[in-house]
Unconditional design. Structure first.
Length: 217
């Protein structure tokens, strides 16, 4: 294990409950007659990216996409504020694994296709062991043309670090995001979040409930 790329917000912190509540408030404010209960949100998380989820629903219901876009911007504002206010903790093992990799001379990256405000919210928590200064590369949606499951984000991270894909393990929390890492030649450990749907035969190298579990690292 030479280097690690954490591949999404959900891989480092449990934020889905905050995101779901923010979506519902933003959708209501935008006058959209959508409400996402937990089972619905679990299904929607199979599609990477909030804007993509809203676009799919807009197409399916004949809703003006502009209203959905307004709702997404408001959702981001609400969710980021709630995450920072609650000082959401890192998932178990994140700081410890980052420290082990760095002490061994490896590199640590954050390779997501979420947008900058969401990334800023996570780093705004100020958790030791996972700060901007502790990472060798950070890739966000603004850095790539296509979101996951496209491999673009991982390819950008590999190019910026000069790492060989064989020397990197990706930590992901959803099957869709894991596909992006696999398509870039990385090994993948899947640590499903509370809202994640997991397929038993997912194309990953290891599935563990937590990096600090009996089956984890």
């Amino acid at each position: 294990m030479k280097s690690i790329f954490f591949g999404s917000i959900g891989a480092v912190a449990e934020t889905s409950a905050f995101q779901r509540r923010a979506y519902n408030q933003a959708l209501k404010e935008a006058g959209l007659n959508w409400y996402w209960d937990e089972p619905t949100y679990r299904q929607l998380l199979n599609y990477v990216g909030g804007r993509e989820r809203l676009r799919l629903l807009a197409d399916a219901t004949g809703t003006e996409l502009d209203n959905a876009r307004i709702a997404h911007a408001r959702k981001t504002e609400l969710a980021c504020a709630a995450i920072v206010d609650a000082r959401v903790p890192l998932r178990p093992g994140i700081a410890e694994l980052s420290g082990r990799v760095r002490s061994g001379g490896g590199q640590v990256g954050f390779v997501t296709t979420t947008y900058k405000p969401n990334i800023d919210a996570i780093f705004g928590l100020g958790h030791d062991g996972f700060t901007r200064d502790s990472l060798d590369v950070i890739v966000g949606r603004e850095d790539v043309e296509r979101g996951k499951p496209s491999p673009d984000a991982y390819q950008v991270a590999l190019a910026r670090t000069g790492l060989d894909p064989a020397d990197v393990i990706a930590i992901e929390d959803t099957v869709s995001s894991a596909k992006a890492a696999k398509r870039s030649g990385l090994r993948v450990i899947l640590t499903p979040g509370t809202f994640a749907s997991v397929i038993a035969d997912a194309d990953v190298d290891l599935i563990v409930p937590s990096l600090m579990s009996d089956e984890g690292l």
